[in-house]
Design a protein around this ligand. Structure first.
Ligand SMILES: CC(C)=CCNc1ncnc2c1ncn2[C@@H]1O[C@H](COP(=O)(O)O)[C@@H](O)[C@H]1O
Length: 267
């Protein structure tokens, strides 16, 4: 007997629009892109875009803040880890990120990442391994995307700036592993917030002297040398090589963080 025609194995590549998942023929459009698109005010046909659509968009932004605050409301002490989306399992960089997640988890911190692959996945994996809360705040991107499997509280954001608020609001410290533009963006946002005293007592740790050393030298020579930043601003950055050193710096900023009133780990 002949087999009935079965449908081919489906393509499981996935795109998200906020909480909504799309498979098959994913579009390159993202919500952020719509928000940031320039609309010519001289074009009467597009007037509705500026007046009505942007105003309504505010409600969606608001709802994303509400969902984010709700999702994060149980998080006690946490550390946000940034780092490359591109590093692969089996590499030294990946092992370092796993170890960082473990060391933070063992010290009683929840670990927050961008929820994606690479260093994010590795840090979530390390935290998950210790039983610490492992949080992934993912972002809608114009290509295939997934929340890594080691996230136990995950949320998919439409708006970069809403997601970034969560990274800062719920963390006691930032730890940056080697990374690209995304990592640098997150690092410099954190630095600016500390420099302008929008957040206090917030260590920023860079792991990998070899990777970050050149950037620090450049900041010192050019930015400090030419008076673009103040004496002391460079000291906001802590440069280390190991996960253990990073955790020591985080703990020294808040010795009681990660512990309950009886000194037990909070996780
Ligand atoms: C393979 C690939 C590019 C996947 C992208 N998937 C992503 N998923 C979630 N967060 C991301 C992603 N790409 C960049 N980010 C954000 O930017 C940082 C990494 O960017 P980069 O690889 O250093 O520049 C992360 O800390 C994260 O918060």
């Amino acid at each position: 007997m002949s087999q009935p025609d079965l449908p081919p194995t489906p393509d499981t590549s996935t795109n998200y629009a906020g909480p909504i998942m799309f498979r098959r023929d994913p579009s390159e459009e993202t919500t952020d892109r719509h928000l940031l698109a320039w609309v010519d005010p001289r074009d009467p046909g597009l007037r509705v875009d500026r007046t009505v659509r942007d105003s309504w968009r505010v409600l969606r932004i608001q709802s994303e803040f509400v969902a984010g605050f709700d999702a994060m409301s149980d998080v006690a002490e946490a550390v946000t880890v940034f780092g490359s989306a591109r590093i692969k399992p089996g590499t030294e960089a990946y092992r370092l990120a796993v170890r960082l997640g473990q060391a933070l988890g063992e010290a009683g911190y929840a670990v927050i990442t961008g929820g994606g692959p690479g260093a994010m996945e590795a840090a979530n994996r390390g935290a998950y391994d210790t039983g610490a809360q492992s949080i992934g705040l993912n972002i809608e991107l114009p290509f295939e995307q997934h929340i890594n499997p080691w996230v136990d509280v995950g949320m998919n954001f439409r708006y970069f700036f809403v997601r970034k608020t969560m990274f800062v609001k719920y963390a006691q410290a930032f730890v940056c592993l080697p990374g690209g533009f995304g990592t640098l963006d997150e690092l410099f946002e954190a630095l600016t917030l500390v420099q302008t005293k929008k957040v206090g007592r917030f260590p920023i740790v860079l792991v990998g002297r070899d990777y970050w050393g050149g950037l620090i030298d450049w900041l010192r020579e050019r930015l400090l040398g030419e008076g673009m930043i103040s004496d002391g601003d460079i000291d906001l950055l802590h440069l280390v090589d190991t996960a253990e050193e990073a955790v020591e710096i985080v703990k020294s900023a808040c010795p009681t963080c990660g512990k309950d009133d009886d000194g037990r780990l909070t996780r």
